[in-house]
Each structure stands twice: as C-alpha cells, then as structure tokens.
Design a protein around this ligand. Structure first.
Ligand code: GLN
Length: 191
C-alpha cells in the first residue's frame, strides 16, 4: 500500500521512515500528480502558514480537498492538524485551512517556556501503554464536533482525534520509535 507524505515543508523524511517501518510504501507528494495511486496522505508538522502558501501554489490544496471528498484518508500532525481543522484560533489574519475535520485548533497553544515538551498521552485506541507525545510549538484542539472521536487528551484540550477517514495529532509520532500511531493510520487506509 502506498502512503503519500506531503513534501513541501517540515518533518517529511521522518514520516517517510515511519511509514516504511510500519509496513507501507512511502511516496513524497509535492504536486497533485504525485497523489496517483496513494491510499492515504500525511500532512507533516512544520509551519502552517508556509505550508498553506505552498499548498496553494502547487495546486495541492484544491487537489487534496477533492481527493478527501472522494474518500482519501488523511493524517495531519501538528501544523498538519491545523491545516485539516475546520476552524483555527490564534491564526494569522489571512490564514486558511482545508476545513476537513470538525475541530477548532488553537495555534501555538503553549507559553514560551513550554513551547516544546514531551508528555505521555493515554490513547486507548492504541492499547494500554501510553504514547510518547512530542509537542513542538504545538496546537491544541479546543473544540470538537459531535462526529469527532477523541483519541487522547492533554490538559484542558484534546491532543489526538479522528473523524471517519481523518486523523489528527498535536504531537509528532514520527520523532519517536513508537510506530503505533502510523500503523493505526495505515489501518484506516484502503489498500
Ligand atoms: N506552530 C506551528 C504552526 O503554527 C506548528 C508547529 C509544528 O508543526 N511543530 O504552524
């Protein structure tokens, strides 16, 4: 099964390695044509405003929305979560998202001294062992609609969620040795 990794900006190669370790074939996606034959697409973390501009320039924004409408599975980590959210809090004035999953993402939800940290998160869908959450200037989900399944919480907010074929995490599983999150995503993709 081929899994695309959007390769415009951010932690791309780490997701490529994680997908390969999880038993699927990674494909770097820079242009719409690169999505031919993929069963799922990962939008990596990085800087959401930069990712947005590049997605518009390459035509990926429109192409991903179209594929998402026709059933492509998507997984967004960190800035990727922001890109997939229906609503962004604390975004820049002209910041747009793809509006795929019914959540409100608060950008840069943590104060300066706590911009980056690691915290174990309980994610029952992945089993009893808590998941090592690496948060880097992370967003937090501050609202989720009725159709959204909450997979894990952190503090007052939600750190991981799913709505049908759309999966998001505020943290970066690709920066750990724990492949359970990637395997979970791959299990959501039709081979
Ligand atoms: N703070 C970044 C943003 O707003 C996200 C950081 C990340 O993806 N690690 O886009």
């Amino acid at each position: 099964m081929k899994i695309g990794i959007m390769g415009l900006q951010g932690s791309v190669i780490e997701h490529v390695n994680a997908v390969a370790k999880s038993g699927a074939e990674p494909v770097i996606v820079k242009y719409p044509k690169d999505m031919d034959g993929i069963s799922g697409l990962i939008i990596p973390g990085g800087e959401s405003t930069a990712i947005q501009k590049l997605m518009e320039k390459t035509g990926l924004a429109a192409a991903i929305k179209e594929k998402a409408d026709s059933g492509l599975s998507l997984y967004g980590t960190c800035a990727g979560l922001i890109m997939m959210a229906k609503e962004i809090d604390n975004g820049t004035d002209d910041q747009l998202s793809l509006g795929l999953i019914d959540i409100k993402a608060k950008r840069n939800a943590y104060g300066r001294q706590n911009e980056s940290f690691e915290e174990y998160i309980d994610i029952p869908a992945l089993g009893d062992r808590p998941f090592p959450g690496v948060f880097i200037r992370a967003p937090l989900i501050i609202y989720s609609g009725e159709g959204v399944e909450i997979l894990g919480r952190y503090g007052d907010g939600i750190a991981a969620a799913r709505q049908g074929k759309f999966l998001v995490s505020a943290f970066h599983p690709e920066l750990t040795d724990d492949m359970r999150f990637h395997r979970y995503f791959i299990s959501m993709c039709d081979g």
